[in-house]
Design a protein around this ligand. Structure first.
Ligand SMILES: *Cc1c(COP(=O)(O)O)cnc(C)c1O
Length: 449
């Protein structure tokens, strides 16, 4: 017995599925999925007491199927100027790195097999040689992200013991990654020293007891203290650590391989610290990963800890990371590096060209000079001079329409104008951007389309 409210009885799903129109849909979708879409559609008709015509019903069902099977993770154009935008996936991979991930992901590989001996291999060894060459690090371990690297380091090296850290370095990184919380999770006992703005090496030394396992240096990636500020340097901490036979751990966050924006440099930090951790997808410009470099003993202790198994990286990440490191060794800049060093004159030319092309399509816009940010919790307070395409018209409506377009474009509002910062557009995206802007302006101003 079917309980159908309303005047007309609704047809049965099974009967509809055998109709030619729904049979044709089965060339593109499994019968069961179509049945689900039909059931949902009929339920809606029942609830609203509005029986749809055959054509309208077919259209609604097709729409449902299209929505259900559309990719949710989609490429977007980054017009924000924020180079390492965590919400937009941080570092765009180089073509080589993306290709390596796709190629290795699509087949079998020697992920944990030493091809020479036929014996079981170690996946971190695949990139250890590249890291050694690039930084001098004797040993390397790669995990899922830097938060995982810090958690693993503290768990494997300082569980149930004390770790001395400066109050000025108790950083919270976007997405509620709090150093103190991670430390608590690891089972290490955190001993805070100094004040928010001043911590000297002597403060660390005074906190050392027989329970102390390590000194921890955390780079304050996403804020800068200025003014009356003092933080002990890694070299000063290294002498305290040496005197008391403690480990010195340095969480660098951004992972700069050479001097850039006054960020701590990985090879320099390795001269002082026993272990250095940083992200793969910040200044390194690779895939999301947590990289731990350092002396063989702490790295081995981390690698053999059971938690390492839960935090390990997969083959696609390793493939992309290896390609990123190889390109660096060959002196080829990553997309992130290119964006960060793009000269203002070059950006101005690119933005000016876009303005001309958009104006040809009747879109009112002009050049605007502004600053872009490094982002990703890296290099705070450091603006990069850039040039924007400023669209004239209602800024927030334009930005929302661009964001909902295909491809979605993330703009930013500058001086009450909807702007596109060309620094973070990839080289091949200028044509896509023009089409997207044209569509959005037409939709907002209600003309053309
Ligand atoms: C970014 C950052 C982290 C977190 O790194 P993820 O790779 O995002 O997990 C940890 N510590 C510092 C100092 C950072 O800058």
């Amino acid at each position: 017995m079917r309980s159908v409210r309303g005047p007309a009885a609704l047809p049965a799903v099974g009967r509809l599925l055998n109709q030619p129109a729904y049979r044709r849909l089965q060339e593109r979708y499994p019968r069961r999925l179509i049945a689900d879409a039909l059931r949902e559609q009929l339920a809606q008709e029942r609830a609203s007491e509005q029986v749809a015509g055959a054509e309208e019903r077919l259209e609604r069902v097709s729409e449902r199927l299209a929505v259900w099977t559309a990719p949710q993770l989609r490429p977007v154009l980054n017009g924000t100027g924020v180079v390492l935008h965590t919400n937009l996936g941080r570092a765009p991979l180089s073509a080589d790195a993306a290709e390596a991930a796709a190629r290795i992901g699509a087949g079998y590989s020697n992920l944990e097999l030493d091809l020479a001996s036929g014996r079981r291999g170690n996946r971190a060894d695949l990139v250890a040689g590249l890291f050694r060459r690039l930084t001098g690090a004797p040993a390397a371990l790669v995990v899922n992200n830097n938060a995982a690297a810090v958690l693993l380091a503290l768990t494997a090296l300082a569980r149930d013991r004390e770790v001395v850290v400066s109050r000025g370095q108790q950083v919270e990184i976007g997405g509620s990654f709090r150093m103190p919380d991670v430390m608590r999770l690891s089972g290490a006992v955190m001993v805070e020293v100094g004040t928010t703005n001043r911590t000297r090496a002597a403060d660390y030394e005074a906190a050392v007891t027989e329970r102390t396992a390590a000194l921890l240096f955390v780079h304050t990636s996403n804020f800068r203290l200025t003014g009356f500020v003092e933080q002990a340097s890694l070299s000063e901490l290294a002498s305290v650590a040496r005197r008391h036979r403690l480990l010195l751990l340095a969480d660098l966050g951004s992972g700069a391989m050479e001097a850039v924006f006054d960020e701590p440099v990985v090879p320099d930090a390795l001269r002082w610290a026993d272990l250095v951790t940083f992200s793969g997808d910040k200044l390194l410009g690779g895939p999301q990963a947590g990289i731990a470099l350092g002396a063989p003993e702490p790295v081995r202790a981390m690698a053999s800890h059971p938690l390492a198994r839960a935090l390990r990286v997969d083959k696609m990440t390793l493939a992309a990371l290896e390609a990123t490191l190889r390109e660096r060794l060959l002196g080829r800049p990553s997309p992130v590096a290119r964006m960060l060093v793009a000269a203002p004159e070059e950006l101005r030319r690119r933005a000016a060209y876009l303005v001309v092309r958009l104006a040809e399509r009747g879109i009112r816009c002009h050049l605007l000079e502004a600053e872009s940010a490094v982002g990703g919790g890296s290099v705070p307070g450091r603006g990069l001079r850039s040039w924007l395409v400023a669209l004239e018209g209602p800024a927030s409506a334009l930005a929302a329409t661009l964001r909902r377009g295909e491809p979605p474009v993330l703009a930013r509002i500058e001086r009450d104008l909807c702007c596109i910062d060309v620094r973070t557009l990839l080289p091949a995206q200028d044509d896509l951007l023009q089409d997207a802007v044209e569509a959005a302006v037409a939709a907002v101003t209600g003309k053309g389309g």
